[in-house]
Structure formats: structure tokens, C-alpha cells
Design a protein around this ligand. Sequence first.
Ligand code: HEC
Length: 129
Amino acid sequence: MRAALLILLGLVIGVIGTSQVMNALAARNPMPKAVMHTMGYHMGELKQELKTQQCDAAKIQQHLLRLQSTATDILPTFGIADKGFADDANQLQTRLQQAAVSAPATCAALAAALKPVGETCQSCHRQYR
Ligand code: HEC
């Protein structure tokens, strides 16, 4: 009985220890996820504007610029030295720049500007996420 309890205790401690190690590893570099969550937030806000058909040029521009500047953090924080990954990250920057320069002022213009951006998000996620 005592031996069984000790084995159980050992298992429990092992599980707790493992999850703590996993958490510590994830916490050591929170940046990659933080960059993605920040972009996810701004994309979400833009999609919300489309959904509610309330497209405000100034707000759109702010989210696009935040996306554009956040995208420049992908390569330095992920540390993935893969050509395909770098290509996607660079393509995202180019497309976000084009979207910001086009300064969408209507929902139709916003939808058209976001399409190539969303395709690049997906292209990288399909392969590297
Ligand atoms: C160059 C590659 C690349 C591009 C481009 C990219 N992502 Fe990601 N994204 C990733 C990877 C890799 C992960 C998985 C990160 C992880 O789990 O640590 C990810 C994960 C995410 C997540 C989930 C975060 C989490 O906690 O798991 C969100 C949200 C996200 N990306 C949003 C976006 C949006 C929005 C765009 C486009 C504006 C985008 N991503 C473009 C590579 C990319």
C-alpha cells in the first residue's frame, strides 16, 4: 500500500515538474507568440470593421501601420533560418506596406487590401505553424 502511494506521489510530482519545465521553456521566449497575437488582434479589429460594415479610414490606417511595424519583428524573434519562412515574412511586410499605402477608406477597399495579406498569413501557417 505504502509503496503504491509513493509511486503515485512520484508520478504526480513528475507531472507537475514536467508542466513547470514546459511553462518555463515557453516563458523564456514569449516574443514569437506575442508578435502573432498582436497581429491577430489588429487583423481581428479590421475584420470586425468589415463584419459590422463600419469602415473608418483613420482606424483602418492605424491597424495597418501597427500590423506593418509588428511584422518586422517576425524574423528577429522567431529565429527560424528557413528560406521559405523568410520569404513569407518578407512578403507579408511588402503586402502590408501596399495595403497601408492604398489607404483604404471604404469596406470594399479594405476587403481588397486585406485579401493578399490574409493569404500570406495562411501560407506561412500552413507550413510552419
Ligand atoms: C513567416 C511566417 C508567418 C507569417 C507570415 C504569419 N505567421 Fe502567424 N504564426 C506563425 C507561426 C510559426 C506560428 C506558431 C507560433 C507558436 O506556436 O509558437 C504562428 C501563430 C499565430 C497565431 C497563434 C498564436 C499562438 O499563441 O499560438 C496567430 C493568432 C497568428 N499566428 C496570427 C497571424 C496573422 C494575423 C498573420 C498575418 C497578418 C500571421 N500570423 C502571419 C508564422 C507566421
